[in-house]
Write a new protein. Structure first.
Length: 101
């Protein structure tokens, strides 16, 4: 799915999840209804200021709307777990030292 398609599908999805109409979304974003419709129907992509406003309105990151998703391909779960344990153990105070003597 290309970014333009991903954007308009995501925009419609979050708007519907919020129970908002297209008119409501346009009013909240302070853009013309037709401009909003063009965004949601995939006819245009938003300007940066509009993308930031959309992100704020729907409480989603800009990255969410650009279709960026972390990939779990070639993700080594055990390596991550070991790294997290190492970091946690390194930062965690020794419980025995914290006990009053």
């Amino acid at each position: 799915m290309n970014t333009a398609n991903a954007f308009h599908f995501l925009l419609k999805q979050v708007r519907e999840e919020q129970g908002m109409t297209q008119v409501d979304a346009a009013k909240n974003l302070k853009i013309a209804r037709q401009t909003y419709l063009d965004l949601e129907y995939g006819k245009t992509l938003p300007r940066l200021d509009t993308l930031i406003a959309i992100s704020a309105l729907f409480n989603k990151s800009v990255a969410y709307f650009t279709g960026e998703r972390p990939s779990l391909d070639s993700f080594d779960t055990m390596e991550l777990l070991e790294e997290l344990q190492h970091r946690h153990l390194k930062k965690a105070p020794n419980i025995a030292d914290a006990m009053p003597h």
